[in-house]
Design a protein around this ligand. Structure first.
Ligand code: SF4
Length: 250
């Protein structure tokens, strides 16, 4: 992809969605960190359903510690891996209280030292809570970057490194969410919807997919809800790499 194409790509994303952000619901850096920790192998919708109940009761490290392991596990038990997630979140809260005065530190090293927090989670928090131009390469961003030819790579780290070089500086902060949302809703893993893709002419993926054939109203059956595919974020670079590889489709 040429520099001109890269510029055009992000100009188009910016034109249709000037202020992209996460679909996880949060109001403080701690709530965002907790939501991202809970989001491994869960949909944002599932995490939001949990945090809408949890955060009114406990949305600070001390309040989560006060819930205890049993209380926290019970509060998040609709999520997969909830026992591990409860353990990690509780340990993270203890460390935040002991070492950071109960605040989420705005530095990569301190974030990655927290239990259950890998590079990807740290990148999400740095980008979304603290406005840093980081890219958290998840399965969607890995797939989209490879298909577009924007940043080709076999590992999450390689794609992240190439993306940070390839994205024009003015667009680096928002690129994370533009690419993620594009992968979640348009450039889907199994069947990208190239026919309605706003950057189709810039994309190197072949062959481009065509719209589904028109069917008669009688054949159509019930209308499917327009929801995100049931695949989602993976906490930790190792998991993200495995998942991203399985969806690379390049
Ligand atoms: S043209 Fe198709 S493969 Fe390329 S980015 Fe768009 S949806 Fe994805």
């Amino acid at each position: 992809m040429t520099p001109r194409d890269r510029l055009s790509l992000f100009e188009r994303f910016a034109a249709v969605n000037p202020e992209p952000t996460t679909e996880l619901e949060y109001t403080t850096p701690f709530e965002l960190l907790a939501a991202v920790l809970l989001s491994a192998q869960a949909t944002d919708k599932g995490v939001n359903a949990v945090t809408r109940r949890l955060f009114p009761r406990a949305n600070t490290p001390q309040a989560i510690v006060d819930l205890g392991l049993e209380g926290l596990s019970e509060a998040i038990r609709t999520l997969g891996l909830y026992r591990n997630k409860a353990k990690h979140l509780l340990e993270t809260c203890r460390m935040l209280l002991e070492k950071h005065g109960g605040e989420v530190p705005p530095h990569r090293e301190s974030l990655e030292a927290l239990p259950g927090v890998g590079r990807k989670t740290a990148n999400v928090v740095l980008n979304t809570a603290f406005g840093e131009p980081t890219i958290a390469v998840d399965t969607h961003i890995f797939r989209v970057s490879n298909r577009l030819g924007l940043a080709r790579g076999k590992t999450v780290k390689e794609v992240e490194r190439k993306l940070l070089k390839a994205i024009p500086p003015a667009y680096r902060h928002n690129a994370h969410h533009w690419l993620l949302l594009h992968g979640r809703y348009v450039c889907k893993a199994r069947r990208p919807e190239c026919w309605r893709c706003l950057v189709s002419d810039l994309c190197s993926y072949k062959p481009k997919s065509l719209p589904p054939p028109a069917r008669s109203a009688l054949d159509r059956g019930p209308i499917a809800p327009d929801v995100a595919p049931d695949e989602d974020q993976i906490a930790g670079a190792g998991d993200a790499t495995r998942n991203a590889r399985s969806h690379a489709d390049v």
